[in-house]
Design a protein around this ligand. Structure first.
Ligand code: MTE
Ligand code: CO
Length: 431
């Protein structure tokens, strides 16, 4: 997790207005009311229609211009960004997925957020080895070629850092869903089920835990219960069809579906089978949740049900004025599929069922939309997701009542965006 300055977090709470219930005005949205369609552009005399444009007149670049393609020059603002005060040094740092610029459920490889504890390891796949040792019949060492000879599978999963939204525990702070919620990405992985590799080595009956270790300079190590390892974990070498990006653990990473991102060890080099958890740094002093009474929650592996509205949001204000608006967002749960998402325009007083569109896959991002007619009045936008196990995303106040405000990790509270009459959007809290 990114190191967070506590004083900044506290100041942040006072920096933004805390809005009380009894919101002025409120959006006038009649269920089923006819929406006002956008005004078509004034076609008559528009030179973009009547004149021949350069791109229509001159030949474009040939096929050799970009052997590995990149996005349009007009999309150069769609990039990962960081928050400078969050971490002391870029090699132990974080940047965030530009969620407000994306759609659908898949995160493009070039903008998947990155979290490293010791920078990006650069590993020649020919020289990479994955060892399985400990409580197994036959300790094994795999080359990348060996791994690619096991039957492989393709599965789509979200990865969320346990520290996602961590800066928002004490109050609204960062102005943009990229910064408040951008430690999540969702990728189609190709890899070998971990179960097959463990079976190859032969698990001894007393083997109850697995230690996964990375080959980077941080040698990231986490304990994973053997039931999870045998259930749906993967050793992945491809993301969205191509080789893992170096930042994401090239040539091979562990995929631990629905569980906190820290366990998804990148540059995976060793799996040790043991009879109890190891109590590594990242499962004791980090990634645990300190309660007000001084006790801490440990082994909080599953990322609970969560959602956020990505558009509109502070980095994506409403620029088109009143009338038809496409509100959109993402929802996910480490417990399985998202069953339902509701959206509120008035800070949680009234709720409207959103439309989930696209594939609904377990432990993957879901895309939702709410299409409505904006009358130009202030909105307090919220989204609330429910997963297939019936878990409902809590309000931030509900979460704080149970967990206090010491924690950085596992904040799945409901986010509020304040949309002003001029279309500008701010991160606020409503209580
Ligand atoms: N694995 C290694 N080897 N080193 C690391 O620093 N960071 C972890 C995890 N695996 C890390 C690692 C953390 S905290 C997270 S949230 C995820 O990787 C981030 O994965 P990403 O960089 O692909 O987004
Ligand atoms: Co993390």
């Amino acid at each position: 997790m990114a190191r967070i300055s506590e004083s900044k977090a506290r100041n942040g709470a006072s920096r933004r207005a805390f809005l009380k219930a009894g919101l002025a005005g409120g959006a006038m949205v009649a269920a089923g009311a006819a929406v006002t369609r956008p005004n078509p552009a004034q076609a008559a005399g528009d030179p973009l229609i009547t004149e021949t444009q350069d791109w229509n007149r001159y030949l474009g670049d040939g096929v050799d211009a970009s052997p590995y393609g990149s996005p349009s020059q007009f999309e150069s603002h769609v990039v990962r960004r960081n928050v400078s005060w969050l971490t002391a040094d870029p090699v132990s740092s974080i940047n965030f997925t530009p969620l407000h610029e994306l759609d659908g459920i898949i995160t493009p490889n070039g903008v998947c957020f990155e979290r490293h504890h010791a920078g990006t390891a650069v590993i020649d796949p020919v020289e990479h080895r994955l060892m399985i040792n400990g409580l197994v019949e036959t300790p094994l060492v795999f080359t990348m070629d060996d791994l690619k000879r096991f039957p492989r599978e393709n599965r789509v999963y979200f990865l969320e850092c346990a520290a996602n939204s961590g800066m928002e525990w004490r109050g609204a702070q960062l102005n943009g869903c990229q910064f408040t919620h951008g430690m999540v990405h969702c990728v189609a992985y190709t890899g070998v089920p971990l179960k097959l590799l463990l079976e190859e080595a032969g698990l001894k009956p007393e083997g109850k835990w697995l230690l996964a270790e990375g080959a980077d300079a941080s040698a990231m190590t986490r304990s994973i219960p053997i039931e999870k390892a045998l259930d749906d974990c993967m050793v992945a070498f491809k993301m969205n069809g191509e080789a893992l990006r170096p930042e994401q653990g090239y040539p091979v990473r562990l995929v631990v579906p629905g569980w906190e991102g820290n366990m998804w060890v990148k540059w995976l080099r060793r799996l040790e089978v043991g009879d109890q958890p190891w109590a590594q740094r990242e499962e004791t002093s980090k990634y645990t949740d300190l309660h007000a009474d001084g006790t801490a929650r440990r082994h909080t592996f599953v990322m609970d049900v969560k959602s956020v509205i990505t558009n509109p949001s502070p980095q994506a204000p409403v620029t088109h004025g009143r009338g038809q608006m496409v509100l959109s967002g993402i929802a996910w749960s480490g417990h399985g599929r998202i069953k339902r998402v509701d959206v509120s325009l008035d800070g949680g007083r009234n709720w409207h069922e959103a439309r989930i569109d696209g594939p609904s896959l377990p432990k993957a991002l879901h895309r939702f939309y709410y299409d409505f007619d904006w009358d130009g009045s202030e909105l307090f936008l919220q989204s609330r997701a429910v997963d297939e196990t019936g878990q409902v995303q809590p309000t931030k106040d509900e979460l704080r009542a149970v967990r206090g405000v010491n924690s950085i990790y596992h904040n799945n509270g409901i986010q509020t965006w304040y949309v002003k009459a001029d279309g500008g959007v701010e991160n606020v809290e409503v209580s």
